[in-house]
Design a protein around this ligand. Structure first.
Ligand SMILES: Cc1ncc(COP(=O)(O)O)c(C=O)c1O
Length: 387
């Protein structure tokens, strides 16, 4: 079969102003990057605590390689289940205050696998309209009916729960901190309705783990909702600075996933170095609350400065600040102008966000300096004046 459709598909993407290309980073991941050969201030990373290049993580990874080698050799259910996987799972369960935890190779795999294991044909998923693509794909894969409720709209969620067939298994899924808007889900209300209508709750703490809660365990911990949220998924590749993901919950949940979850079963286990990094990262997150304090101070400084310059930042309550531009072309132009002035804040377009809501997504790190933030504000002011 001819592959000429590939060129025409690319042309269609380009014509719609949605063509994407990869940028190349030649430095470590820090508050500055060497990006496509130039040093820029990095406002485009989920490495919120600035530990992706921390010596403690690097030392743990090196030690694990020296002791256990590089690869895990097989899937977890064959010969790839190494002591470090179980050690990390025990530590994650303790960190999250749950009976058990299970590590996944990525957040994408966790969400698609968990959802398609827990619900199926004849069941109903209630999903926030702004949930991440991995949740959307998990809903599709599960074959359950998916009821999408307006973003954070508890009234519509309640109505949908009321209307659901009584015999169906019901699951509500929401991010706790939304990846593209930085706002927080109304989790107490979600949990109340779940209990009232006998639904399970699954949360995605990808952008909350390490950042929220007294010891960084996330929004569920911050709100003291632990026991009431059965399925707590999160990632290891954002604030925890490494790679991979987890789900925390009951021992029975872990057991069922080991037996049924295809994205857990049919893939090679994560290598020992990755487990060791995550173990070291959890210690750092717990032992260094000053990183969360620095992050919060940086967010306050940049947010206030941008508001004073007349920018609208939505309802963000996190290190994710969405500067909504609307039109995809204008958004990308704004982002390119920032970059030309040494500030890397990625423009985000559909399909990642809904049409008409293209935005410059700004993310902060604990390791940004006051001088860097002042420089960022100056650049935003200058670029706005040129627009
Ligand atoms: C909310 C959310 N869930 C899941 C994921 C997927 O996690 P991972 O990058 O580990 O695949 C991401 C981003 O990557 C995310 O933003």
């Amino acid at each position: 079969m001819s592959t000429s459709f590939i060129a025409s598909e690319l042309q269609r993407i380009t014509d719609a102003g949605l063509y994407r290309r990869l940028r190349r980073v030649e430095s470590d991941q820090d508050s500055t990057l060497t990006l496509d050969g130039r040093e820029v201030i990095n406002l485009s990373s989920n490495n919120y605590l600035g530990i992706a290049n921390h010596p403690a993580l690097a030392a743990a990874a090196k030690e694990a390689i020296d002791r256990y080698g590089c690869g895990s050799g097989a899937s977890r259910l064959i010969s790839g289940n190494m002591a470090l996987h179980e050690e990390l799972e025990a530590k994650l369960a303790e960190f999250k205050g749950t009976q058990a935890a299970l590590v996944f190779n990525s957040g994408y795999q966790a969400n698609t696998g968990i959802l398609s294991t827990l619900v199926g044909d004849g069941d109903v998923i209630f999903s926030d309209a702004l949930n991440h693509a991995s949740i959307i794909d998990g809903c599709r894969l599960s074959r359950a009916r998916t009821q999408v409720y307006r973003h954070c709209d508890l009234g519509q969620l309640e109505q949908q729960l009321k209307d659901a067939p009584s015999g169906a298994r019901k699951l509500i899924v929401t991010e706790t901190i939304f990846s593209m808007d930085g706002d927080e889900a109304p989790l107490v209300g979600v949990v109340d309705f779940a209990e009232k209508f006998n639904a399970m709750v699954m949360v995605d703490e990808a952008h909350a783990t390490g950042v929220f809660g007294a010891n960084g365990a996330g929004v569920v911990a911050k709100l003291g909702l632990g026991e009431r949220v059965a399925i707590q998924m999160g990632t290891l590749g954002k604030a925890l600075g490494g790679f991979g993901a987890y789900v925390a919950g009951s021992a029975a949940l872990r057991d069922l996933l080991i037996n049924r979850c295809r994205s857990f079963i049919f893939t090679t286990a994560l290598p020992p170095a990755v487990m060791a990094m995550a173990l070291a990262a959890i210690d750092l997150v717990k032992q260094e609350p000053e990183r969360r304090e620095a992050l919060s101070a940086n967010c306050g400084m940049l947010k206030n400065g941008l508001i004073q310059l007349g920018f609208e930042l939505g309802q963000s309550e996190s290190p994710i600040l969405p500067l909504i531009v609307g039109d995809a072309g204008k958004c990308m132009k704004f982002s390119e102008q920032l970059l030309a002035n040494g500030v890397f804040a990625q423009g985000i377009r559909p399909p990642t966000v809904p049409p008409g809501t293209s935005r410059v997504r700004i993310t902060l790190m604990a390791t940004h300096t006051a001088g860097q933030i002042e420089r960022v504000l100056k650049v935003f002011e200058e670029v706005k004046a040129q627009a």
